[in-house]
Design a protein around this ligand. Structure first.
Ligand SMILES: [Zn+2]
Length: 394
């Protein structure tokens, strides 16, 4: 007899649920007045014991976990000025050959660009001519010296020879310097070897990041043809708000992403230097962080970073317990368990620190530590709930 009565009660409960739904359907016309009540109703759902079992619902409570507490700091990827080189020529010239493509790796001293111009030949000829003249003047000076020593030459002639020699000598030195800049060997010219091309070489090993000329084009002196960067000392330069200064120290882990990238991966880095100067305008200090080389990361990219502090205890739930609905995070608690019927309530919360396994629950004070929380099966509850809510509009 007792058995039957329990079933009767259960049946009643289900019936009352169904009738509740029907009632709502009937009063759809006066919905606006009842919207408050209805909203509350939407946050609750009832299941039978066996439905709950079928849905694989399991319960647990909040747990305390050591979590990494991040400090937010934004900044950009930067490269020290000494690690960027603009490849350009000292003299105007025509591009004959560009030996690399954007993204190519170059070694220090490798020929990047070949240029030619009649002016290069003229310069070498001029050098050769001044060099020859200097040789003559040197001899002339020696001859005048001998004559002078023998008291047969005019002192004036010796002085003139000396002065001509010294002026040609500085002229040659200036030309030599120009050739040097162009990477042309003066020694080779002195041996009669004239080259018709100028080779622009890599000042250091690195990556070609841009090319702004092509074969046959005339480039002006100083005009950038190519840019090479040495990515080795690329780093993250972050701005940290003054309130966070005491929390930051060298060696702390940094996680950062690039908002400009669609679905930016998270990159790892480490604080290597904490600035000592407070920017009075922005009220920030600079934090310098290093990261593992990654091709995607190029200087100038804006970054959003999190600097990980020492661990802190926080109240968390496993990610399996969390559902998202219209941008809000929820979990379910068991509110009532009577005669085989279980009621659940959807509770919104402010998510804190997130990891792959757990989420920090920030405004948990409403809920006691002992409250039964749905740890598994939350997605099924959400689906059942949405179906029930959807049903109102049939
Ligand atoms: Zn650095």
């Amino acid at each position: 007899m007792k058995h039957i009565s329990i079933i009767a009660v259960l049946g009643c409960a289900i019936l009352s649920l169904v009738s509740c739904k029907n009632d709502q359907k009937d009063i759809a016309a006066t919905k606006t007045e009842k919207s408050e009540e209805e909203h509350l109703e939407e946050d609750h759902i009832g299941l039978t014991q066996s439905q709950a079992e079928d849905a694989g619902i399991t319960y647990g409570t909040f747990s305390q976990k050591e979590v990494e507490v991040p400090i937010e700091a934004n900044g950009s990827i930067e490269l020290p000025p000494n690690n960027i080189a603009s490849i350009s020529s000292l003299l105007d010239g025509f591009v004959v050959k560009i030996n690399f493509l954007e993204g190519d790796i170059v070694k220090m001293g490798q020929v990047l660009v070949e240029l030619k111009d009649p002016a290069y030949i003229q310069l070498q000829q001029e050098y050769l001519s001044v060099y020859g003249r200097l040789k003559y003047l040197e001899q002339e000076q020696e001859r005048q010296q001998i004559l002078n020593d023998a008291d047969v030459g005019a002192k004036k002639n010796l002085q003139q020879a000396k002065s001509e020699f010294s002026s040609k000598k500085s002229e040659l030195a200036a030309l030599k310097e120009q050739l040097n800049y162009l990477g042309i060997s003066a020694k080779a010219i002195e041996n009669g070897e004239i080259q018709n091309r100028v080779y622009l070489r890599a000042p250091f090993g690195g990556t070609v990041t841009s090319i702004s000329a092509h074969n046959g084009v005339k480039v002006m002196s100083g005009q950038e043809i190519m840019q090479v960067i040495n990515r080795e000392h690329m780093h993250l330069e972050l701005q940290l708000f003054q309130k966070d200064i005491p929390k930051i120290k060298k060696g702390q882990k940094v996680q950062f992403s690039i908002p400009a990238f669609e679905d930016s991966p998270v990159f790892d880095g480490e604080v290597s230097l904490v600035g000592k100067n407070l920017d009075v305008v922005s009220k920030t200090i600079r934090v310098h962080a290093h990261f593992k080389e990654n091709e995607m990361l190029i200087p100038g990219l804006y970054t959003e970073a999190k600097i990980m502090q020492d661990n802190k205890k926080a109240r968390v739930l496993p990610t399996s317990a969390i559902i998202m609905d219209k941008g809000t995070s929820y979990f379910f608690i068991k509110t009532f368990n009577n005669e085989g019927e279980i009621k659940f309530e959807k509770v919104a919360f402010e998510p804190g620190i997130k990891s792959a396994d757990y989420i920090q629950i920030k405004n948990y004070d409403k809920i006691r530590d002992t409250t039964a929380i749905v740890l598994n099966g939350a997605f099924t509850l959400k689906a059942v709930m949405n179906k029930a809510v959807g049903g109102h509009h049939d």
